[in-house]
Design a protein around this ligand. Structure first.
Ligand code: ASP
Length: 391
């Protein structure tokens, strides 16, 4: 008998768990999701099911005995068939959050719940899979990358473009690949598993609501390609028996605001947005090209930003370009840096948001510490070489 690895799946909703309703797909929370997985021979070995229950292989309508875990529900243990030539299998449980959400409803409060569940179950499993809607999946992955730096175990995040309840669902493959990565591969870290690839969690962005390969990491190659041959970067972060991570609770009041620069934007518009949120501690400016925005007197943007920095609000500039990189080549970009606006290098919007939320949630840091830490890669989220610093 080969290796048997234990994996916990945390279900949060999203398309993968959705059913058609008169109002469109909705991530209903019922046991049909578990029943479908239990019937799928690549995800649930029928022999192991019948030998455990001592009865015939369950059918779709066989009873499901769930266990309440706080407000959440745990489904019975399932076991995959053999997943590799060494006989490795994965035994796993699905823990469904009490509310299934479309991922556009996710907030820092949900990230805190997911992080606490990971922490509570850390010693019981060798790997974790988070099921999420794809719309904000890259945000979830980025946030978890900051909460669990160098985790020593895999935390994979996946979802689907077509629900498991519908024909041609890509969720089956994504789920199987995730169990394989979380349970079997010699890899540890926060990674997005989608369409036969594993991406660095804090480098990814959703690039299509239609294509099955919906995620990309614009500035770095994928970590792992799960083709007939599995190929990966020469150095994957290894599994280790490191101590469980100590997570910090994320601030749940609105702390990070985001503004996209567009022609005609003024300082008044920006200031109105910042002033409307008394708990604001950070601002992301999605600027043009290499980090440019209007700096003329008439636009009045510099004044608004200077005021924000004086109030100890972190102001950072990232690029609107699909392959981002902030280089202050032009007067506009340089002037921003001079007034204390920080360069976001090649951060995606998702990673910039996650980093700022994590920084402003850390009570042990002063404003100056936060400014400094923002400019240093913490969890592989950005490359600073040749970026704004080098100029
Ligand atoms: N709206 C869905 C969600 O993010 C989209 C998806 O899951 O693909 O929850």
């Amino acid at each position: 008998m080969g290796l048997l690895r234990r994996v916990l799946i945390i279900g949060t909703g999203g398309t993968i768990a959705s059913e058609p309703t008169p109002g469109g797909y909705a991530p209903l929370r019922n046991d049909a999701f578990f029943r479908r997985i239990r019937q799928h021979p690549q995800l649930s070995d029928p022999d192991s099911l019948s030998s455990r229950s001592g009865t015939a292989t369950p059918t779709f309508s066989s009873p499901v005995e769930t266990v309440p875990v706080g407000k959440n529900i745990r489904y019975p243990t399932l076991r995959t068939p053999v997943l590799d030539e060494h006989g490795a299998r994965v035994e796993y449980e699905i823990l469904d959050l009490d509310r299934h959400l479309d991922s556009s409803e996710m907030t820092p409060a949900e990230y805190n719940i997911i992080a606490s569940l990971l922490e509570e179950n850390w010693d019981l499993y060798e790997g974790f899979v988070i099921l999420s809607g794809t719309d904000t999946l890259a945000y979830t992955a980025s946030i978890l990358s900051f909460l669990f730096t160098n985790p020593g175990k895999p935390i994979t995040i996946t979802g689907a473009q077509i629900p498991l309840s519908q024909p041609r669902s890509d969720g089956w493959t994504n789920l199987l690949d995730s169990l394989y990565v979380a349970g079997v591969l010699p890899y540890a870290g926060v990674g997005i598993v989608f369409h036969h690839q594993v991406f660095h969690g804090c480098r990814a962005t959703k690039t299509s609501p239609n294509l099955f390969n919906a995620f990309q990491t614009p500035c770095v190659p994928p970590l792992i390609n799960l083709n007939v041959k599995i190929t990966h970067q020469s150095r994957l972060p290894p599994r280790s028996s490191a101590l469980p991570p100590r997570i910090i609770p994320l601030a749940t009041s609105p702390t990070v605001i985001s503004a996209s620069i567009h022609p005609g934007i003024t300082g008044t518009l920006l200031a109105a947005q910042i002033d409307a949120v008394p708990t604001c501690r950070a601002v992301i400016l999605s600027a043009y090209g290499s980090g440019n925005l209007p700096i003329s007197e008439e636009a009045g943007i510099l004044g608004a930003l200077r005021k924000a920095v004086d109030k100890e609000i972190l102001v950072v500039v990232i690029s609107q370009c699909p392959i981002p990189n902030v280089y202050p080549l032009y007067t506009q970009g340089r002037t921003l840096l001079e007034i204390g606006v920080l360069p976001g290098y090649d951060l995606t919007h998702e990673a910039a948001f996650a980093k700022l939320l994590w920084l402003v949630s850390r009570k042990d840091l002063t404003f100056k510490n936060r400014q400094e830490l923002f400019q240093i890669p913490v969890t592989g989220e950005m490359s600073v070489e040749g970026g704004a610093r080098g100029l």
